[in-house]
Design a protein around this ligand. Structure first.
Ligand code: PMV
Length: 366
């Protein structure tokens, strides 16, 4: 690795050498089993997390560039931003400030006029966190742009590490979306290559049963969350249970790594559900306290547990920082479980919306 911070002070061009062009990436969302909740410094995690990268829930981003008429280091990046083909001022402001922060890594951004066109496969405001897919897609585009202009990221591992590092600066969980199937972000003694600054893939470590795991996302509510993830992370600073939680997460990383390699579904279900409810428990004992689950979230949790405990179906749930349930099950049992989900869960989902997703190979350049 060239540098810990992927700094790029030499990445500046003569204006006459800048050729206009574009790159495009499709990048999926991910679902964490051991959750990242609590951060410090520049998006550094208080504990390591492990997630699976999804397929159907993804963002497609195209980044086009041309030489900027006048180079300027003081007036911010020159950006046009379209979401679903239309201007989106709130997103544009967030992306402009993200790009501005990235000048130490990509100093050439001041020399360009940029256009970013982004769209999600899942309906906007479906309550699915889109920051992981959106920020990873954009970060991959930026790394491809660097490589097109300077040829500095031709090594695939270096490319992915930088893309993960840059994604993390935009949204912590986005660091994990760079890799297909399972990845770990945050330092764990159990996984020597792991790092707080970028994610790494778990690759051949994982048993087949978990490689193609299914995830049916039950959209209980599409409402905007009452407390954002960044506010939630911040509340962990004063949470009286924080240090116990970080300790627990470290131990759970060790357990989950073993579970994933053994293919132990029962232990997986126990750990995943306890993590999900623990995450929401932390929210309930923050100050101020808050609840993101809805009454129908709880009804569905009981339903899924009874499928497992009373009927022996290999199924469990997890939750992000929101009311929507992710129902997890092995591919082998998909037919039966999906029929059951469609019949019994649909009435509890807003507009009957369910996204049938699964783990997959991760981002692709289009
Ligand atoms: O990446 P952020 O800041 O949106 O935080 C994501 C936090 C959780 O989704 C709740 C957990 C995780 O590890 O993805």
């Amino acid at each position: 690795m060239k540098s810990d911070e992927f700094l790029g002070k030499d990445l500046v061009l003569e204006s006459k050498d800048i050729q206009a062009g574009s790159v495009e990436w499709k990048s999926p969302s991910n679902i964490a089993i051991v959750k990242y909740w609590g951060k410090y410094g520049r998006q550094l995690p208080r504990n390591p997390s492990i997630s699976g990268t999804l397929t159907a829930a993804h963002t497609i981003t195209k980044l086009s560039w041309q030489a900027r008429q006048q180079r300027s280091d003081t007036t911010g990046v020159d950006l046009e931003f379209l979401f679903d083909g239309k201007p989106a001022p709130a997103f544009k402001a967030r992306i402009a400030s993200f790009l501005e922060q990235l000048k130490p890594q990509f100093p050439f951004l001041s020399q360009l006029s940029l256009q970013v066109d982004s769209s999600n496969s899942f309906p906007h405001s479906s309550g699915i966190a889109s920051s992981a897919s959106a920020l990873s897609a954009l970060s991959l585009c930026l790394c491809s742009l660097e490589d097109r202009l300077f040829g500095t990221l031709s090594d695939d591992d270096e490319f992915e590490r930088k893309a993960s590092y840059i994604s993390r600066l935009g949204s912590g969980s986005a660091a994990r979306s760079i890799f297909g199937y399972w990845s770990i972000w945050g330092k764990s003694g159990e996984w020597p290559q792991s790092s707080d600054t970028f994610a790494v893939p778990l690759k051949s470590h994982v048993h087949d049963m978990f490689m193609n795991m299914k995830d049916a996302i039950l959209i209980v509510s599409k409402k905007e969350k009452s407390v954002s993830s960044s506010a939630g992370h911040q509340l962990m600073d004063e949470n009286p249970y924080a240090s116990a939680r970080y300790h627990q997460a470290q131990n759970r990383i060790i357990s989950l790594l073993h579970i994933l390699s053994r293919g132990d579904w029962e232990e997986f279900a126990r750990l995943a559900e306890s993590e999900a409810l623990g995450l929401h428990g932390l929210m309930m004992c923050s100050s101020p306290s808050y609840i993101l689950m809805e009454p129908d979230t709880i009804k569905l949790i009981h339903m899924i547990r009874s499928w497992r405990e009373d009927e022996g179906l290999p199924v469990c749930f997890t939750l992000d920082a929101g009311p929507n349930l992710h129902v997890l099950y092995p591919q082998k049992h998909a037919k039966k479980i999906e029929e059951r989900i469609a019949a019994d869960c649909t009435p509890y989902c807003q507009d009957g919306q369910i996204i049938f997703d699964e783990l997959g190979p991760g981002p692709v350049e289009l």
